[in-house]
Design a protein around this ligand. Sequence first.
Ligand code: NAD
Length: 360
Amino acid sequence: MSKQILILPGDGIGPEIMAEAVKVLNLANDKYTLGVELSFDDLGGAAIDRYGVPLADATLARAKAADAILLGAVGGPKWDAIDPAIRPERGLLKIRSQLGLFGNLRPAILYPQLADASSLKREIVAGLDILIVRELTGGIYFGSPRESKVLENGERMAYDTLPYSESEIRRIARVGFDMARVRGKKLCSVDKANVLASSQLWRAVVIEVAKDYPDVELSHMYVDNAAMQLVRAPKQFDVMVTDNMFGDILSDEASMLTGSIGMLPSASLDANNKGMYEPCHGSAPDIAGQGIANPLATILSVSMMLRYSFNEAAAADAIELAVSNVLDQGLRTGDIHSAGTTKVGTTAMGDAVVEALRSL
Ligand code: NAD
């Protein structure tokens, strides 16, 4: 049975990087007989221009019917002044929540060829391979009540709510343990259980779930310490699991360990491993249309899709090896370029990955 993939290139550099990822996906499809079928639609600003809304109902229906979704990036100055209710990013939040994509996987892998592109010393980051599992549809970003108001004395005040139910914690903890089980078998759960009631429940539930995973070594860390350890000794981590806000912050911190956000893919999964895959970066309007964006994060998102949604480990491994081989050849887009390497544009980088994959 064929696997249906919905492609949403989005805005800014989205269509440029997606064109390269599609080339790689098409070759992998032929080479590994994946049986994937691609269809295309718009999300974000492109959807506002075409449909008047950032996520059309018909697009959402197609996303629900698809087996996986590959997204470029959304947003840009063209739509900045628009009614906040239909901003491009609204389309992204809506598709995530409507599809129940609660498990966000953000690997921070440092290719050895790029060790000098990191802002940290080579010996601290060389060989880095962390996976951050972030809860994506709960916690303080979605909690109610939330309010901004003016008190009787005229002072302004605002508050948010950080709710987590036992079932929300249990399902994301399971994702963390499952990932650790197929990697280095170490899971660090990050919370603020010394202060927050929601974190105390988080920790208690994670400890309960751990009983089903005796082969995984579980540790706990307060989020402030985790932020420090990520820059002090990041290689101590294998998989980290944490809530929505802590994961938002820590995964951005971890991404910078690897030098460029242009290298980092991500996956957002539902309870059945149906997922939406996208680069961690945005639509980079400052370089859009110039043909210089790094397509590797999107190409690596294809590899994550094949691995996690379709269980095609051989094809996923091959794409990652092809990327590594291209880096070995010394080819670099501007964001990862350094002395002694060859600067190439988006298309040349995509073509090089295609050739490297073909020759494996
Ligand atoms: P950004 O990630 O788009 O860009 C940050 C910097 O990184 C820029 O200098 C950009 O040129 C560079 N960069 C990003 N991706 C690159 C790539 N593949 N190759 C080379 N350089 C790259 O973040 P921003 O500038 O804060 O946001 C721009 C727009 O993207 C905004 O409208 C924002 O809302 C949107 N955004 C979308 C997503 C998403 O779609 N998931 C995520 C973040 C931001």
